[in-house]
Design a protein around this ligand. Structure first.
Ligand SMILES: [Zn+2]
Length: 247
């Protein structure tokens, strides 16, 4: 199956928190969108890896993803090694995306920065035919290098190059995040410890961030992205003509 936009994430829930409004909007526009979670988030304080897989599948349905895979790489040990690059390269060559979205270059959770280096190198090496990968039935895969790479922004505020309009999909984004019921918006923490993200106030701050970015972009709600390899190619001004932020 060919995927147009493939998002790579250190943990199940990274894409929901950072770019699911954008992913849902792209699906509505008719693009095929997929997510590859590198780990099962097994070192997270709350919930179990099995529960997070179920939650990720539920969120994928809400966003309208065409594919969501989990590579089962080791949480908190995302070293940029050939051993960990290979399964990522295999998935990139399988889905052959034009655009990849990846973790923030630096963030509160160190895995996000480590994952972004691993993801960037995997994306580049996926284009080298001499790095061999095989399909499950043993056939050699063709090389494929995605053309555009954008970092999504998660916890730590980073100045974005783009703001994507999620005014029509903020509801889907919040629903998709709430699919991770073990992690977010937990009014009654039960037997498990409260965390940085389980407090209902964290959820309020997410909406405030989307509102602030939306304001900067001239939309009601927005999500920010960093373009990985500047300069940005352009052959018309349509996206500038279509937006009117107050400046
Ligand atoms: Zn994460």
């Amino acid at each position: 199956m060919k995927i147009d936009v493939l998002a790579l994430a250190a943990h199940p829930d990274d894409t929901e928190l950072s770019c699911s409004g954008t992913l849902a909007a792209l699906v509505k526009q008719g693009l095929k969108v997929g997510v590859i979670d590198l780990t099962r988030g097994e070192m997270g304080t709350r919930g179990t890896p099995e529960l997070r897989l179920q939650e990720a599948a539920k969120a994928a349905e809400i966003i309208g993803l065409s594919a969501r895979d989990n590579l089962g790489l080791p949480d908190t040990e995302l070293h940029n090694t050939r051993e960990l690059q290979i399964p990522i390269i295999e998935r990139i060559r399988h889905y052959r995306p034009h655009i990849c979205l990846i973790n923030a270059p630096k963030d509160r959770h160190p895995d996000h920065g480590h994952a972004s280096k691993l993801q960037l190198d995997s994306i580049f090496y996926s284009g080298l035919q001499k790095i061999e990968t095989k399909t499950p039935d043993g056939k050699l895969q063709k090389s494929h290098r995605p053309v555009h790479v954008l970092h999504y922004i998660q916890d730590q505020p980073i100045e974005p190059d783009f703001i994507f309009d999620i005014s029509d999909t903020i509801g889907l984004k919040e629903e998709a995040i709430k699919a991770f019921a073990s992690q977010f918006d937990v009014a009654d923490p039960g037997d498990e410890p409260e965390t940085y993200i389980s407090d209902p106030d964290f959820f309020v701050s997410l909406r405030a961030r989307a509102k602030q970015l939306g304001h900067l972009g001239g939309f009601r709600y927005g999500e920010g992205f960093i373009y990985n390899k500047k300069p940005l190619p352009m052959s018309n001004f349509s996206f500038l003509m279509e937006s009117s932020p107050k400046r």
